[in-house]
Design a protein around this ligand. Structure first.
Ligand SMILES: [Zn+2]
Length: 220
């Protein structure tokens, strides 16, 4: 049974059904129409409704649509994106992103690639810095894309870091890298483990909480 998203009663004698661009069903009904009568109309028109709703769903934009006013996060701050025909790919000058106009329809893909490159650079830099500080070795740093896992550390001493962390303030990435590097020493979450994290990132508690509270901001 299909339930209408909206029923509008008015001074009319017939029923009419409407599917909007999002696939929502509105029923226009006479003032005195009963629930049963409305149900009856919907049952009669079921096939028409489902077809229309399917068409509406198929017409939804799936690609990210760039309208030239969007802002993009990088290391916890938002920056505008401007078109340019002078550049290749994506360029960031510290205040603005520039994108070649031909990329306007695939901006999400282009930005994801850009974010991944930056994430790898920053995560590698931090991993080297922290392992040096602890005097331990790691194998390689890899960038991952899982939506909910921010970092991991394998038994082969690989450090895996989620690229979406470059959307957050740098200290958040520092915390996650410190956490995974500390696992090279302790494969648990013991008090000693957290002391090691703290040694590498003294204010880690703030950023651990930031990640818990703001992970929605990192959806991209
Ligand atoms: Zn852990």
């Amino acid at each position: 049974m299909i339930t209408p998203d909206k029923i509008i009663y008015s001074n009319r004698r017939t029923f009419s059904l409407e599917i909007d661009e999002w696939g929502k069903l509105t029923v226009r009904a006479p003032k005195k129409a009963t629930k049963k009568e409305i149900e009856q109309v919907i049952v009669e028109k079921q096939r028409w409704i489902l077809t229309k709703q399917q068409v509406a769903i198929n017409n939804q934009p799936t690609e990210y649509e760039f309208d030239g006013t969007d802002e993009f996060f990088f290391l916890g701050k938002q920056y505008p994106m401007l078109f340019s025909t002078e550049i290749q790919g994506i360029v960031f000058d510290g205040e603005r992103f520039f994108v070649h106009s031909k990329l306007s329809s695939s901006i999400q893909k282009a930005m994801t690639k850009w974010y991944k490159e930056k994430a790898l650079k920053i995560a590698t830099f931090l991993t080297d810095k922290y392992t040096d500080k602890l005097g331990i070795k790691h194998s390689r740093v890899k960038i991952t894309s899982a939506k909910t896992r921010w970092g991991s550390c394998s038994s082969k001493k690989n450090i895996n870091i989620n690229w979406r962390l470059v959307l957050a303030p740098l200290q958040v990435m520092e915390y996650v890298v410190a956490h995974e590097v500390a696992h090279l020493r302790y494969m648990d979450h013991s008090a000693k483990f957290w002391l090691t994290v703290q040694e590498l990132q003294p204010s880690y508690k703030t950023y651990k909480k930031w990640l818990k509270d703001n992970h929605n901001l990192l959806n991209f």
